[in-house]
Design a binder for this molecule. Structure first.
Ligand SMILES: Cc1cc2nc3c(=O)[nH]c(=O)nc-3n(C[C@H](O)[C@H](O)[C@H](O)COP(=O)(O)OP(=O)(O)OC[C@H]3O[C@@H](n4cnc5c(N)ncnc54)[C@H](O)[C@@H]3O)c2cc1C
Ligand code: SF4
Length: 327
């Protein structure tokens, strides 16, 4: 690892000033479970001159509920979300997404904001430069994507963004999208549908370089509602999703009045299944309607040579997640 300044911020305002006044690139660190690996393997196009520690800022690690819904501080750990009785009762899809992330140790240090801001896991991108030199793929400013002609078993089945086919690896992202969360930052309030944006290099969100997530608000719908999350991975613990899915629905008189369904691990950004959502409105949720929604979710899939297996997997996980929402 190269050297950099590590600065403990005492307040959100101080953290922003430190990012703005840094003489070179500066990043914030929360649990460090993703960021430290990126630094160790020298992944980024610009190595940071400074790392600003958010964990020293008081007040960002609380969960509370009011008439607006569930307020989750940016530094709340995944363990705290997974174990919260309130989250388990009213937002079980989010509790399950947090519970299925990584391992107990990582959930104890990993924060919700870090989870939605984490980097992609493409193995060419993540290749450590100390073993045989740096791999400069298109996402690192190089000319080509190595995964397209190489090993792309776990990559996108819905095409590329800027020639990159790496998928978003977050487990909590689809849950927060299904629940129509809002991201509060030091500059603005971002609807979750506008938060993810896989670009060049480390960028996986629409955050500015000097912008910090402070809170996530998950609304509580007025009508009868359910939500659920499922994940398929090779191992039960410490494994990123091959495919994961979250769904949140409201009902009146036994019929679906609104539906939000999100797949992840299938594209550069988490992917809403808008055709599936539309097909459910005004109908009861049952095996037949869930089946139709599952089929629509993958109707536009364009798998590559090695990842066709993810298409039936995505279809099935949509059906199963919806069936978990049946009252
Ligand atoms: C072995 C292993 C297994 C894993 N398995 C999974 C898994 O199954 N599912 C999954 O979803 N993830 C997984 N992860 C990824 C990750 O470690 C966790 O998701 C964790 O939640 C990241 O949170 P953190 O607080 O440690 O983030 P950090 O590493 O501190 O930060 C990650 C990124 O977020 C940015 N960031 C952090 N906080 C803020 C903020 N408040 N505002 C703006 N930017 C911020 C940082 O600058 C950095 O770019 C795994 C990681 C490892 C090492
Ligand atoms: S998928 Fe993206 S990150 Fe992976 S090699 Fe291709 S351009 Fe790089």
């Amino acid at each position: 690892m190269k050297s950099f300044k590590h600065i403990d911020a005492a307040s959100v305002e101080e953290a922003v000033s430190l990012l703005q006044e840094s003489e070179g690139p500066a990043y914030v660190i929360a649990g460090g479970s993703d960021l430290l690996g990126c630094l160790k393997d020298n992944l980024w196009m610009e190595y940071p001159k400074a790392i600003v520690n958010l964990k020293t800022i008081p007040g960002l690690d609380t969960i509370s509920v009011d008439e607006d819904g569930l307020h989750i501080g940016a530094l709340v750990t995944l363990t705290k979300i997974a174990e919260s009785e309130t989250v388990k009762e009213f937002w079980p899809g989010l509790a399950e997404a947090a519970r299925r992330t990584a391992s107990p140790l990582l959930r104890n240090i990993g924060t919700i904001a870090g989870n939605i801001c984490q980097e992609n896991r493409c193995w060419y991108y993540r290749y450590p430069d100390k073993i045989g030199g740096r791999i400069d793929c298109v996402r690192k400013g190089g000319k080509r994507c190595l995964a397209v002609p190489g090993d792309h078993r776990y990559h996108s089945i819905f095409g590329a963004v800027n020639k990159c086919i790496a998928v978003n690896p977050s487990d909590t992202a689809p849950a927060l999208i299904a629940l129509d969360a809002t991201i509060k930052t030091t500059k603005r309030t971002i609807p979750i549908d506008e938060f993810f944006s896989a670009g060049m290099g480390a960028q996986s969100t629409t955050l500015d370089r000097d912008e910090i997530v402070t809170e996530i608000l998950v609304p509580r719908p007025a009508q009868e509602w359910t939500n659920a999350f499922r994940k398929i991975a090779f191992r039960k613990s410490i494994d990123f999703a091959l495919v994961n899915c979250a769904a949140a629905l409201t009902f009146a008189d036994g019929k679906v009045t609104s539906a939000r369904i999100c797949l992840n691990g299938v594209h550069n950004n988490p992917r809403r299944c808008v055709e599936s959502e539309a097909a459910l409105i005004g109908k009861p949720l049952n095996e037949a309607t869930a089946q139709e929604a599952g089929e629509l979710a993958v109707a536009e899939a364009k798998p590559l040579l090695q990842n066709g297996f993810k298409v039936p997997m995505a279809k099935t996980i949509v059906i199963d997640t919806l069936m978990d929402c049946v009252k």
